[in-house]
Structures are given as structure tokens and as C-alpha cells.
Design a protein around this ligand. Structure first.
Ligand SMILES: C[S@@+](CC[C@H](N)C(=O)[O-])C[C@H]1O[C@@H](n2cnc3c(N)ncnc32)[C@H](O)[C@@H]1O
Length: 279
């Protein structure tokens, strides 16, 4: 490595209050996420490498790029860096137990079943649903759609390739049935088997916009994303999500997320499980 490259990557560029406010507003407008002042070091830390890669001298220059027509691709990169993608297989397992024990029996007579993993991140939630539906719903028809605002996580989700440790929470019989252990250059990884992968569709979606193109779902998981929104955005997102839930359908949110003041009448069935009235 040349000495110039060393000094370049070591350069620390300060993020001023005014620049932070510009970025706060931009990410709020784009994806609805709130970046309170405590997140300033995080924003700085996550975006610094982009300034270095693009050889920019200030966050002001980076902001100008993001809002310019030529900056559309970089905006995708920035959104991916700013959003938090933490997820894992069988996260909050009570939801999957509820789906299996309470919802599936009620939908047994229904010809098709559609489930939406909204804000799916790298796909663990959507594949968890697919494993469960394949076990407990097949051969009757079902499908899973996973969506996220970050194109990078969707690309990764579509591959269905995970580092072995990510499979820790997958029950052994599911692991054996649906996950292929990687060999040679894939040693240390597992791949969700093709048949299951093909039944899960990953599509881009920004929850702050209506999404009629997704159609209607019987069950929607909207978990661990509402926490990043302020109340007006939360209500807007819920409105859009509930428009995609068929009457009588179920909505599950993360256990730490509350639905105070939902924009629509919902029946609460369990701490984070709701049902849309039939009429
Ligand atoms: C913490 S992950 C949650 C993953 C999964 N639902 C779970 O509970 O494990 C939050 C995801 O929300 C996505 N996200 C943030 N803002 C969004 C928006 N406006 N529209 C759609 N997805 C968004 C992020 O990209 C991230 O992948």
C-alpha cells in the first residue's frame, strides 16, 4: 500500500451540526427514519468510508452528491449504511408458534395463503416463514414476499446464503431439511435449499409509500422497524401496511414495539399480535 493511501484512509473528517441536520432531514424524507443527536457519531462512522472512497473533503459535498440526479446510486448506498439490518432466523419465536398453532388451522380451508415479511432485511424472517409454511401448510398453496428499502439487503436475501453461525436458532429438523452445508469455497456457510428459495420473492419497498402492487396478504410481519420511526411516520407506515392486510388478516409487530393510536380499528389478540376486523 502506498503512503498516500495510508494517510488518506486515516483522515478524519468532522461532521458539523449543520451537515448533520441536512443528513437527518434527507434520511427522514427518504425512508422516514429518525436520527436523534445521539446518532451523530454513528452517522459519521458509517458514512466516513464513503467520503474516503469518493475522495470527498466534507459531508457537505457528500450531501450535495446525494441530492443530485447523479447521486441516485450513492443514495441507495447511504440508505443501506444508515439503516440497521439486525435480524436472525426464528427471532421472537412466539410469533411463529402463533402462526402455526392458531392461524394456520383457521386458514386450512382457504385455497391460497400469502404472508408478507415487511422490512425483511437479509431474509432470515422470510425464510423462517417459508420453512414453517412448507412444514405445516404444504401441499396447500402458500407464498412469502419479503420487502425492504435497502437494495443491498434484498440482493443478499435472494442468495439465501448465510454464515453458519446465523443458523443457530433454526430448529435442527428444519436445518437438516432446508439448509445445505457449504463446501470448498462455501465452507462455513449454508444455503437455503433451492425449492424453498424459489417460493420466497424479495422486492424493494419503502414503507412510507403505499404499495398496491404487492396485493393483499393474510398475515403481515412488521417487526423491529417501527422503532426507527417517529409517531407520524409510524402511523403513515401502519396505514400503508394495513391497506395490504385483507379483512380478518393478522399483523405482528416486534415485542418492543407498541401500536399506540393505530390508524385503524385492530383487535389485539396477544401482546404484539393484532387482527384486522372483517368489516
Ligand atoms: C432491524 S431490521 C428488521 C428485520 C426483521 N423484520 C426482523 O425483525 O428481524 C429493520 C429493517 O427495516 C428496513 N427499513 C428501514 N426503513 C424502512 C422503510 N422506510 N421501508 C422499508 N424498510 C425499511 C431496514 O433496511 C432494515 O433492513
Amino acid at each position: 500500500m502506498s503512503s498516500a493511501a495510508v494517510s488518506f484512509s486515516a483522515r478524519q473528517i468532522a461532521l458539523s451540526e449543520a451537515e448533520f441536520r441536512l443528513l437527518q432531514r434527507l434520511f427522514y424524507d427518504q425512508v422516514g427514519i429518525q436520527l436523534p443527536p445521539v446518532k451523530k457519531p454513528l452517522v459519521c462512522g458509517r458514512l466516513a468510508k464513503r467520503l474516503a472512497a469518493l475522495q470527498l473533503d466534507s459531508y457537505q459535498q457528500y450531501y450535495k452528491l446525494l441530492v443530485s440526479p447523479q447521486g441516485a446510486d450513492e443514495l441507495e448506498v447511504a440508505i443501506d449504511l444508515i439503516t440497521t439490518h439486525e435480524t436472525y432466523f426464528f427471532r421472537e419465536p412466539q410469533h411463529f408458534d402463533y402462526l402455526q398453532q392458531k392461524i394456520l388451522p383457521q386458514l386450512h380451508g382457504q385455497a391460497d395463503l400469502r404472508v408478507w415479511s415487511a422490512a425483511s432485511s437479509t431474509g432470515e424472517e422470510a425464510y423462517t416463514l417459508a420453512m414453517l409454511l412448507d412444514q405445516h401448510r404444504s401441499p396447500k398453496a402458500w407464498s412469502v414476499v419479503g420487502t425492504d428499502v435497502s437494495l443491498a439487503v434484498l440482493e443478499s436475501a435472494r442468495k439465501g446464503l448465510f454464515v453458519e453461525g446465523r443458523g443457530d436458532k433454526i430448529p435442527p429438523h428444519y436445518l437438516k431439511r432446508y439448509c445445505l452445508k457449504g463446501r470448498d469455497r462455501y465452507a462455513g456457510y449454508f444455503l437455503v435449499e433451492r425449492e424453498l428459495r424459489e417460493r420466497v420473492e424479495f422486492r424493494p419497498n419503502n414503507l412510507t409509500s403505499p404499495a398496491p402492487e404487492l396485493g393483499l396478504f393474510d398475515v403481515i410481519l412488521l417487526r423491529n422497524v417501527l422503532i426507527y420511526f417517529d409517531l407520524p411516520t409510524k402511523q403513515l407506515v401502519l396505514k400503508h401496511v394495513l391497506e395490504r392486510l385483507r379483512p380478518g388478516g393478522w399483523l405482528m409487530v416486534g415485542h418492543s414495539e407498541s401500536l399506540q393510536g393505530p390508524p385503524m380499528r385492530l383487535e389485539q389478540l396477544a401482546p404484539s399480535i393484532y387482527r384486522k376486523p372483517l368489516r
